[in-house]
Design a protein. Structure first.
Lengths: 226, 875
């Protein structure tokens, strides 16, 4: 059985947000929406203070609350990942309510309004979102159109979340957040394959997961200290 | 049309869209830049192609590759062939996609219809054709020349590429004005002075990150901001595995958060900390004897903490050949010499500055306790050549920053890490082609104009303007505003500038709002209608350097130097043109048509193709021709410069980058290029420059120091030393010291109109998404009765801005911290809350920072707590 997981090395992470921007690029995620996320924690009193930046994402839990909550099977477990099936989704929002991390959200029809707007700052002189989109030939000019046209064009009101860049790993590539992390802080792979980098890393390291008390058994692991 | 219809419509349009623009190949060889993607290592497969280019989001200039699908740029990644950034890019490179497709880009040339100029006054821009716009510009240019006022033209640039001279030099030189300005002196030029004065290398340094054991970063935050961010991010963990990292910074930066130790220094006092560290290293005998040398008898005469006997210095110093030796002994029969090896003047530095700069003294000034100073100094020196003292604009771009930078950088000399394994490195030499001589194209009007004094006052007595070891050279960017306002030395009448926004990016920004309306004719070449554009008579739409234009960049990272190409890879949006080639060419043509052909002649005759000798016949050929010319050593084996063995132009375009050989250690040990050839703790190099400057004004160095706001007198002027920070504003009226920093998403200050910048603004420690906060220690928040999110007015003697308050433990009580980058009142609908009414999102630091200078280099002083501020709740 294949069981994919991700390991984020907080020691390597520099908190730059490249993973999140890369995610937005690859998955054409709109304004105010995030598949890849982060939390920051500031603790202590000057001058003994600690700042930590923790990249987060859908934890692809073994005991995924969203999967249990979905009435139509649109959130399902595939190779250890929690995959959202756009076509099956009825937009009831049960997964959003169920996820204890808050990492599933309803698609907002306004997320790409910028590129629907015909407002021009200086009439006749500067462009508008709609015009740039039209000139570029795509609804989101830098959008990864081929991959996500379906989801972009789909009715608003469905849910969305990180799918572990399934379209990339199915093609033999890395999830884009892994590929674009300039610090090399992320590794991923099949934890059931003892020869995989991630299986070895999990065996060797003192790893943790986000909120183990939720009992969700996440497949996103953390190692190291920011 | 509702949103859904719009999207479907666009989707349909997409199928019919033209294919990716091919790189233009008007010359001998076939285009080679575009490759099919057969193996994509992590990127989506599809019909796309990778095209090599470069990121100019900061001066690291990383080599990148752009993924082009259906004529659109959809990804930016690091160029895997690059040895500098080795396939990595920081988030700034990714932001470029949103710059390219910014909804607010200027589409067409615009002409002003409202003669009244000022913030919040609608310029009444109307679109005009390129022909009309160039017609007006050419007429104005010729009118000035015909009136004998060619010198009253200024040509200015912000972001530029390696071929900038084509426009920024050829135009003013052949036209006949000495006034060409760039943004470099508002960036980091004081750092180049600080290092050049000591080691003869008037440039930024590189660092042997993978071999170092100890790093002190002075205001540097390399995992976030300039320079070599991509390399620093990717190697930070490896460096940290071997090395202790100490960050000296008033605020808890991202690098400070990841470091072993954060020394939260009081802004502007770094020189005291550095002098105290040097004191400890000498007093305890911890300097690197192989590099610096030693007292001949091995006894440490610095150990007493007393100055050495200068009477004996006179006698024996002369006898033993001058400055390298110094007697510390009590009598002539018992001589004790300091035999310096690769350095010069250690004993004088001790006597003039260090002997009484104890850790206890520094603790009072810096806010860093004496035990920590001793501990860091010892640990640093113990690692000898594998210890790096890494300086930054944070310590140098301050009102007295030349000596602060010297004080911090001199530590590398003490431990012998200069050009050593694990230490501070120079760049390998990178040769480029250059423009042909212009002399024959300068007519009498041009020669007359070029003889005039430069209008930025760089040659004034109180601006030494040192650049590459010469006074009177460095441009004095931020002084141009004052020169325009005062009309001194004469009134500039016309300015053509590209990719700059000095009404926003220069300290004392309000002066630019006063100055720019005084120009009779101002042409701004820009992607966005920025603050500066609001004062323009003509605005011309610029291409984006990463995606749309020909160019190249050169730089160094990771001990490699490199040349990286920029080439058109997507369809140009609307009518944008490349500033440095297409606009230059079109303007030259227009001037020729109106009867003055010198510039056109020069371009068409002298800017011929480097290889085939073909003369360019149009703007596109011209662009490619000059890039070929400038990068020839990288791809033409007959001009081989070592490094990557690239055989032809098309291979260079495919590879995207030429890498040098790896920098070698100790390359300049025989002669560092200083006056003495040594690493000069007593800078004979700086002394010579300052004396020459003073001689030309028939005055002395002490008078110069006074005029330049420096406290040093006599010998102290030539050694690294502490100067008290210069702060504007009285402590009673302005109780807080203001300290600013850079965003990790800054893109040289051009990213605030991007939603990704705003959404991820909170990746700058302490900052908030979509907001602009003043970070205030929570104890000060309580005293001021403030809570997070309160709207506050921050006032300095220079101005006021309105932002939000944020309680934050990452700064000390009494020091408030704010990131630069928000507060645009123009630029776009994201950057400004209300573009039409000039209402900014947050506040621009440059409106509360005074126009102040580091006057030895004529750099803008924006750091070091250069102003104090008062804070009041807005309502």
């Amino acid at each position: 059985m294949t069981k994919y997981a991700m390991l984020i090395d907080l020691g390597k992470c520099v908190g730059c947000s490249a993973c999140q921007i890369a995610c937005k690029i690859e998955n054409t995620v709109g304004e105010g929406h995030f598949y890849s996320r982060h939390e920051t924690v500031m603790s202590g009193t000057f001058p003994k203070v600690t700042y930590r930046y923790i990249p987060t994402m859908c934890n692809h839990c073994d005991n995924a609350a969203c999967v249990a909550a979905c009435p139509v099977g649109a959130q399902k477990k595939v190779d250890g990942l929690t995959i959202h099936d756009d076509a099956a989704c009825i937009g009831c929002g049960a997964c959003v309510a169920a996820c204890p991390y808050g990492f599933t959200m309803m698609r907002d029809p306004k997320a790409f309004d910028e590129f629907a707007s015909t407002d021009e700052l200086i009439e006749g002189c500067t462009s508008s979102g709609a015009e740039v989109a039209k000139e570029s030939g795509a609804p989101v000019p830098y959008g990864n159109f081929k991959v996500t046209s379906e989801s972009l064009l789909m009715d608003a009101g469905k849910s969305e979340k990180c799918n572990f860049c399934k379209h990339l790993i199915d093609a033999g590539d890395d999830p884009y957040c892994v590929h674009m992390c300039p610090a090399g802080a992320r590794i991923w792979g099949d934890v059931e394959d003892p020869e995989s980098d991630i299986a070895k890393a999990l065996a060797d390291s003192d790893v943790s997961v986000s909120h183990p008390e939720y009992g969700t058994s996440p497949n996103v692991y953390y190692v190291g200290k920011f | 049309m509702d949103r859904r219809t719009f999207l479907k419509l666009s989707a349909a349009t997409c199928g019919a869209a033209a294919l990716a623009a091919q790189p233009l190949a008007a010359f001998a060889e076939a285009p080679g830049a575009v490759e099919d993607v057969s193996s994509s290592s992590g990127s989506s497969k599809g019909s796309g192609k990778w095209v090599m280019s470069s990121c100019q989001g900061c001066t690291s200039n990383c080599a990148v590759r752009v993924y082009v699908q259906d004529g659109r740029a959809t990804k930016v990644e690091g160029n895997p062939n690059a040895k500098g950034n080795h396939g990595c890019v920081c988030p700034n490179a990714l932001l470029a996609l949103q710059q390219q497709y910014d909804p607010d880009r200027v589409k067409y040339p615009m002409r002003r219809t409202n003669p009244e100029k000022g913030r919040g006054i609608d310029p009444g821009f109307v679109p005009v054709s390129w022909d009309e716009a160039l017609d007006e510009i050419a007429d104005k240019l010729l009118e000035l020349r015909d009136n004998g006022e060619a010198h009253k033209l200024a040509v200015a640039k912000g972001r530029s590429t390696g071929i900038a001279d084509v426009f920024h030099k050829a135009l003013p030189e052949i036209y006949g004005t000495p006034n060409r300005f760039s943004h470099s002196s508002i960036c980091a030029e004081a750092e180049k002075l600080a290092t050049g004065a000591l080691c003869g290398y008037w440039d930024y340094h590189d660092y042997d990150m993978l071999h170092t054991k100890y790093v002190i970063m002075w205001g540097a935050d390399p995992i976030s901001s300039n320079r070599q961010i991509s390399n620093a991010i990717s190697q930070f963990d490896k460096m940290h595995a071997n090395a202790k990292i100490i960050v000296v910074d008033p605020r808890l930066s991202a690098t400070a958060a990841k470091a072993d130790k954060w020394l939260p220094i009081i802004p502007g006092t770094d020189g005291a900390l550095a002098s105290a560290m040097a004191h400890v290293i000498l007093k305890e005998g911890l300097w690197n004897k192989e590099f610096v040398g030693d007292f001949e008898d091995g006894f440490n005469y610095f150990g007493s903490g007393e100055p050495l006997d200068e009477n004996l210095w006179e006698v024996y110093g002369k006898y033993r050949g001058g400055n390298q030796v110094y007697p510390g002994g009590p009598s002539s029969s018992n001589e004790y010499w300091f035999d310096e090896k690769y350095t010069h003047g250690i004993c004088r530095w001790w006597n003039l500055e260090l002997h009484d700069k104890t850790p206890e003294w520094a603790a009072e000034i810096t806010g860093i306790d004496a035990e920590t100073i001793v501990e860091v100094a010892r640990a640093f020196a113990t690692q000898k050549n594998k210890a790096i003292s890494w300086i930054s604009p944070g310590v140098c771009m301050t009102a007295r920053g030349a000596y602060t930078g010297m004080a911090c950088f001199a530590l590398n000399g003490l431990v012998g890490s200069y050009e050593a394994e694990g230490g501070v490195m120079r760049s390998p030499s990178i040769s480029t082609g250059h423009l042909a001589d212009m002399y024959a194209y300068k007519d009498s009007k041009a020669k007359k104009g070029l003889k005039k004094a430069k209008a930025d006052q760089r040659q004034n007595f109180d601006f030494v303007s040192i650049e590459k070891g010469e006074s009177g050279h460095n441009q004095n960017t931020n002084r141009v505003a004052d020169a325009i306002i005062s009309g001194e030395p004469y009134q500039i009448k016309m300015m053509i500038s590209y990719w700059n926004n000095w009404a926003y990016s220069c300290t004392g920004a309000q002066r630019w709002e006063e100055a720019l309306p005084k120009l009779e004719f101002f042409v701004h070449i820009t992607t966005n209608a920025s603050e500066m554009s609001q004062f323009a008579d003509i605005v011309l739409p610029a291409k984006h350097h990463m995606f749309e234009a020909w160019g190249f960049v050169k730089n160094k990272q990771n001990l490699y130097g490199y040349l990286s190409v920029e080439q058109p890879c997507v369809e140009t949006l609307f009518e944008a043109r490349n500033d440095e080639t297409e606009i230059a060419w079109a303007l030259a043509e227009k001037l020729r048509d109106k009867g003055w052909s010198k510039l056109y002649d020069y371009y068409s005759i002298e800017c011929h193709d480097a290889y085939g000798g073909n003369r360019p016949t149009n703007a596109e050929e011209f662009g490619q021709s000059v890039v070929r010319r400038f990068t020839q050593p990288a791809w033409d084996p007959s001009a081989a410069a070592g490094g990557d063995d690239i055989k032809k132009w098309s291979d260079f375009l495919k590879n995207g980058v030429w890498n040098s050989d790896r920098m070698t250690y100790k390359k300049h040990y025989k002669d560092f290029g200083t006056h003495t050839g040594k690493f000069e703790f007593y800078s004979e190099t700086l002394r010579e420059i300052l004396l020459e400057h003073c001689n030309s004004y028939k005055t002395d160095v002490n008078s110069l120091m006074e005029a330049c706001n420096y406290q040093a007198r006599d010998g102290l002027c030539f050694v690294p030393h502490y100067e008290e920070p210069l702060r504007h504003g009285d402590e009673g009226d302005f109780p807080f010291v203001f300290s600013e920093h850079r965003s990790r998403l800054n893109r040289e200050g051009r990213s605030a109109n991007l939603t990704w910048y705003q959404e991820f603004k909170d990746s700058d420690p302490g900052d908030e998404a979509w907001d602009d906060v003043l970070k205030v220690n929570p104890s000060d928040m309580r005293k001021l009765g403030l809570k997070d999110g309160d709207e506050i007015v921050v006032t300095s003697p220079s101005g006021s801005i309105t932002v939000h308050a944020k309680g934050w433990e990452g700064t000390r009580p009494g020091v408030v911290v704010k990131c630069y980058g928000q507060g645009h009142w123009a630029y776009g609908h994201v950057a400004a809350v209300d573009f039409e009414h000039a209402k900014p999102r947050g506040g621009n630091n440059n409106e509360i920072l005074p126009a102040e200078w580091e006057r030895l280099s004529s750099s803008t002083a924006r750091h070091g707590g250069v102003t104090r501020v008062a804070i009041k709740k807005a309502r």
